[in-house]
Ligand binder design. Structure first.
Ligand code: FAD
Length: 461
């Protein structure tokens, strides 16, 4: 028998669980479908034998308790418990980790310029920020900050905020927005915290809020496609395995139809064509939207790195670590020790080290280039953390794309991102870090979830 709901949400990442929870709380009947065995998407966490809790790669939440992610969870009647905030940023220089501020010697004039720029940023309104969405951060800094030293300081802070291989090519609008929110809410240019229990500290309360309100979460179930009746959404088709013994690459399984007048695609832009026909001639979406989609689809960056479990710490302070360019790998490097922020994510006395390098998407897909980069990255890591090899309990390399949603380059941010409402197709919506929303990745996904739920409820669906 066909089942029906007021809305189906495809994907149970922070955005999908957020929209699903908000709609269910507003009295709608909602089904949220996730293809993986557990919810969380790029914020999944895993418990590893021996008492370790790890996230997918290096993850921190900008603004912590004052973040859009924390507000989303609160709006759903739950709370995120926070570990520590990052105290400072340390940069690897001349064989040592050093406090960023100790590395730059600022004259009185430089200090005045830094203060002046911060004051200007804190007072900017949304329109002023939007006006800088198509401009680079380097360009904005050049026009506002005369001192080279002060500009360098801002550039490094900008690089930590975002993840594009060339820090100077980031969109000014997005950095200004993130800095403004941090200055207003925390009186600092950039702050970040680690939830207790890692990213699951955000995902678990979202899941609980949705299910406690009566929502249905279906995991290990993949949506095959969104179904339409003319220019209106009709529901979704779920993949169902039949009796065929063939592996999936040789066999097309059956489908189960679920009816709903509203479907939210809470999957990233690069996965959208696996659930909606986005062909030039056949798609229901207008030509201008398809062109924008094609331009943006691979405008994302990749991360490669190592998650390392250690018998004892190689670094034990709750700081964010950065090397602007690794000597062998030639890429920007970031790291932190989750167990220094929340000791419960590792067994007593032991430590987890999360590391990553920002790379281009094509470097993630080229197996040989990827292996070369990972090998040279490991050589660099041994130099950054002397003696690490003797302390390793286990380690694994990882790779991913989409660590930041759309790469925050000029004209990829703010109003340049696809809206949460699909044009010309009634009942079709999008949510997640690759659609309209602001803030550092998880926060941008949370903002988009709220925006999407608001739009759906405004339509009276
Ligand atoms: C290694 C790494 C490090 C990161 N570090 C940070 C950080 O430090 N700070 C930060 O703010 N952000 C960070 N991010 C980004 C952050 O994780 C994302 O911005 C956020 O998780 C995006 O959430 P989302 O809900 O938009 O998308 P996703 O989490 O990608 O959720 C989409 C979901 O849809 C599901 N799905 C896809 N297709 C289907 C289908 N056909 N049927 C059913 N389900 C489907 C997927 O399985 C997934 O669960 C990092 C990401 C990675 C990968």
């Amino acid at each position: 028998m066909e089942k029906s709901y007021d809305a189906v949400v495809i994907g149970a990442g922070i955005a999908g669980l957020g929209v699903a929870g908000l709609l269910q709380k507003a009295g709608k009947s909602v089904l949220c479908v996730e293809k993986d065995a557990s919810p969380g998407g790029r914020m999944q966490g895993f418990d590893i034998e021996g008492g370790w809790r790890v996230d997918i790669g290096l993850h921190m939440v900008e603004l912590g308790d004052k973040s859009s992610s924390a507000l989303l969870v609160k709006e759903l009647g739950k709370e995120v418990l926070w570990g520590r905030f990052s105290e400072t940023v340390e940069v690897f220089k001349d064989g040592k980790w050093r406090n960023l501020l100790e590395l730059v010697s600022l004259s009185q004039n430089d200090v005045e310029q830094v203060k002046g720029a911060m004051k200007e940023i804190a007072s900017m309104d949304d329109r002023e920020i939007e006006a800088n969405d198509a401009r680079s951060w380097a360009d904005w800094l050049k026009s506002r900050v005369k001192s080279r030293v002060a500009r360098d300081l801002f550039e490094v802070n900008g690089m930590i905020m975002t993840t594009v291989p060339e820090a100077s090519s980031m969109a000014a609008g997005e950095i200004l927005y993130i800095a403004r929110e941090n200055l207003r809410k925390k009186r600092d240019f950039l702050t970040a915290a680690y939830p207790k229990g890692g990213m699951l500290g955000i995902i678990e309360p979202l899941k609980a809020a949705f299910e406690e309100a009566g929502g249905e979460l279906l995991i290990s179930s993949e949506i095959d496609r969104v179904l339409f009746d003319g220019n209106e959404v009709e529901g979704v088709a779920l993949k169902r395995r039949g009796a065929s013994p063939y592996p999936e690459s040789f066999y097309i399984g059956g489908k189960q139809v679920v009816k709903a007048p509203v479907v939210v695609c809470a999957v990233p832009l690069w996965s959208l064509d696996s659930i909606i026909d986005l062909g030039d001639e056949s798609s229901l979406l207008p030509g201008w939207w398809l062109k924008r989609y094609k331009d943006l689809k691979y405008q994302t960056t990749g991360l490669i790195g190592y998650t390392i479990a250690l018998k004892e710490p190689v670094y034990d302070k709750p700081n964010f670590l950065s090397a602007l360019r690794l000597e062998r790998t030639g890429m920007p490097f970031q790291a932190f020790v989750p167990s220094a922020f929340d000791p419960d994510v590792s067994p007593p006395g032991k430590s987890i080290l999360q590391t990553d390098c920002v790379v281009e998407v094509k470097q993630v897909f080229d197996k040989f280039e990827l292996n070369r980069l990972l090998d040279s990255m490991w050589e660099d890591i041994k130099e950054l953390f002397p003696g690490i090899e003797k302390k390793i309990e286990w380690k694994f390399p990882y790779k991913c794309i989409g660590c930041d949603g759309l790469a925050r380059k000029p004209a990829n941010v703010g109003i340049f991102k696809p809206d949460v409402v699909a044009p010309g197709v009634r009942g079709l919506y999008f949510a997640g870090d690759t659609y309209r929303g602001r803030g550092l990745a998880v926060n941008s996904a949370a903002v988009s979830a709220r925006l999407c739920a608001e739009r759906i409820l405004e339509c009276g669906a």
